[in-house]
Design a protein around this ligand. Sequence first.
Ligand SMILES: *[C@@H]1O[C@H](CO)[C@@H](O)[C@H](O)[C@H]1NC(C)=O
Ligand SMILES: *[C@@H]1O[C@H](CO)[C@@H](O)[C@H](O)[C@H]1NC(C)=O
Ligand SMILES: *[C@@H]1O[C@H](CO)[C@@H](O)[C@H](O)[C@H]1NC(C)=O
Ligand SMILES: *[C@@H]1O[C@H](CO)[C@@H](O)[C@H](O)[C@H]1NC(C)=O
Ligand SMILES: *[C@@H]1O[C@H](CO)[C@@H](O)[C@H](O)[C@H]1NC(C)=O
Ligand SMILES: *[C@@H]1O[C@H](CO)[C@@H](O)[C@H](O)[C@H]1NC(C)=O
Ligand SMILES: *[C@@H]1O[C@H](CO)[C@@H](O)[C@H](O)[C@H]1NC(C)=O
Ligand SMILES: [Ca+2]
Length: 558
Amino acid sequence: MAPLIVTALCVSLSFFAQVQSAPHAKQPRQSAGCSVDFFDGIVPAGATVESVQVVAAGGSFAESGNLGYPAMASGLPSLCAAIINNSTAGYRFGMFLPDVWNSKLLVVGSYSFLGGINWLDMGAGVHYGMASLSTDTGHNSGAGDLTWPTFEQLKINWAYQALEGSITLGKSLIQAYYDNQAIAYSYFSGCSTGGRQGLKQIQRDPAMFDGALIGAPAYDTKNLMPFISKLATLNLPEEADSTINDASLFTRLQAEVLAQCDGLDGVKDNIVSSPSACRDAFDITKVRCDVSADKTGCWSQAQIETARQLYSDYITDSGEFVYKGLDYSSEADWGTFLFPADPGSSSNVRRNFDAQYERTFMDYGSDWQITSFNDTVVDDARIRDRQSVQASADQYDLGNFRKKGKIILYAGLADATVPVQHTNLYYNRTVEAMGNVDDFFRYFQIPGMGHCWGTPDNVKAPWMIGGAGQAAQRPPYNSGYSVPLGNNDTRHDALLALMDWVENGNAVSQIIASEFNFTDTTLQNIVIYRQRPLCMYPRTATWDGNSNPNYSSSWYCP
Ligand SMILES: *[C@@H]1O[C@H](CO)[C@@H](O)[C@H](O)[C@H]1NC(C)=O
Ligand SMILES: *[C@@H]1O[C@H](CO)[C@@H](O)[C@H](O)[C@H]1NC(C)=O
Ligand SMILES: *[C@@H]1O[C@H](CO)[C@@H](O)[C@H](O)[C@H]1NC(C)=O
Ligand SMILES: *[C@@H]1O[C@H](CO)[C@@H](O)[C@H](O)[C@H]1NC(C)=O
Ligand SMILES: *[C@@H]1O[C@H](CO)[C@@H](O)[C@H](O)[C@H]1NC(C)=O
Ligand SMILES: *[C@@H]1O[C@H](CO)[C@@H](O)[C@H](O)[C@H]1NC(C)=O
Ligand SMILES: *[C@@H]1O[C@H](CO)[C@@H](O)[C@H](O)[C@H]1NC(C)=O
Ligand SMILES: [Ca+2]
């Protein structure tokens, strides 16, 4: 679920994209292994070696024809890039194997229903010295495209099988490649669908990872996808008085939420850090004015009623809970599911995505229209998911993972794609199932952050924590990793903090998030704008009351 990956892709497309190779990497033993011949000799029957490529230090890698992840990973350390094909199940995976290896593996997740190997996030991972791995999830497809699930194996590959099979084979190939040196630690980092993948894998096989960094997980597939359809129906028909028909209305509502709710958390800082206080206090009628005079700045009463429904949980007519509602401060991104930003575009979310899960994953057929949506679709989605595809990562007792691994979960409070309250629900249900989970599972909310990364310009909340896909959003973009400007340490980077917790027992009780500001119009240079700790849920960062709130040292976790 990350239409916002588009940001990253646009940045990279501008300097697209050929594979660079070099005659020899620095360490002879590994570069000797970096060949099709070597991998041909170690892959088992049922797998084929598609390509093996040496990438020199500072080089780049991209894969032409990759629709989901065309972005180039740049500024790489010297490494071997390999693509392996599981020819029986029909999925592929890529590996970056650095010449100088720290004996760790980082598996990176995917986004939305995109198909392709996620080279960009693998590139960020390999900068830490880890080998990195990503699966194409068994198909090749771009943003908003949900037409590909034409038969069952394709769905199951996306649900979990491609990732699980890729890690299983990948681990053995990596160890063989490094002269049978064992992988010391295996990590996972993913956001959105990637978050779902990580949780699903932990639920299926608690031995797979030692640690997982899970962002805004789209874990509840069977309820999330009907919820997205439901959101679309609330804003239909197009010509109704109640339809929010101009994207600028979302900006207007978000600005009003900021104006009324910023201070409710105790600090006027352009960040709504307590959407729940906002829920109790917000007076939405303040956005009502004369629509005939100002169609893009004024909300009608009928549109306000639509917004109220969007903020509400989806509960069926028979009273069954389906999904938590959109939250206060997330309005700027409501267009993702509600507004046909580009009616002609095939990646248009509202007109191509809202009904597509039903058409393909649920086999309703290409003629099925969103206007046919009703509550029974939810029951049907649940049955189909349970009986066949099993994409949902909806097991809350994480069982044996507790003995072995650690999880850091994070989510933006301004997330309109995977509403944050549903992430809260995952955490709450886990606590319900397992009791206090602080010993292995900690959750950090990020006030002002949207889905996986980013923050509105009128908010500029600290959000960068080394989460999946974040580094590519800021200079040095596709060659970035961790948190820029020397913040690549365990205090500011959740992945480094996770490793420190797993390997050294240093439990993570806060992570300092960063926001940067561009210093010139080329968007290549940044300075720190502000930093602030994120606290372990349900704690929230508290200002000391007199020091400069732009500095993390002025805040503490109670
Ligand atoms: C994967 O292997 C199968 C069987 O050899 C082959 O048909 C398929 O084209 C391969 N896929 C790719 C992307 O190379
Ligand atoms: C191919 O994938 C299937 C399904 O995950 C798995 O059972 C099989 O072992 C895989 N083959 C190889 C060679 O990894
Ligand atoms: C609800 O939707 C399903 C799927 O479109 C359809 O088969 C069914 O007839 C609908 N039920 C009602 C009562 O409209
Ligand atoms: C999660 O639990 C907290 C603490 O009990 C509660 O305040 C919050 O409303 C719960 N959230 C959800 C979505 O269940
Ligand atoms: C942080 O980055 C610096 C400069 O690139 C590097 O020397 C250092 O090893 C990095 N630290 C960590 C923990 O990755
Ligand atoms: C942040 O960048 C913008 C645009 O470059 C600039 O107008 C603004 O002054 C900067 N703010 C700070 C605090 O540097
Ligand atoms: C905090 O930073 C912002 C942006 O740089 C600036 O406008 C503001 O004045 C700073 N606040 C203080 C108290 O220094
Ligand atoms: Ca505030």
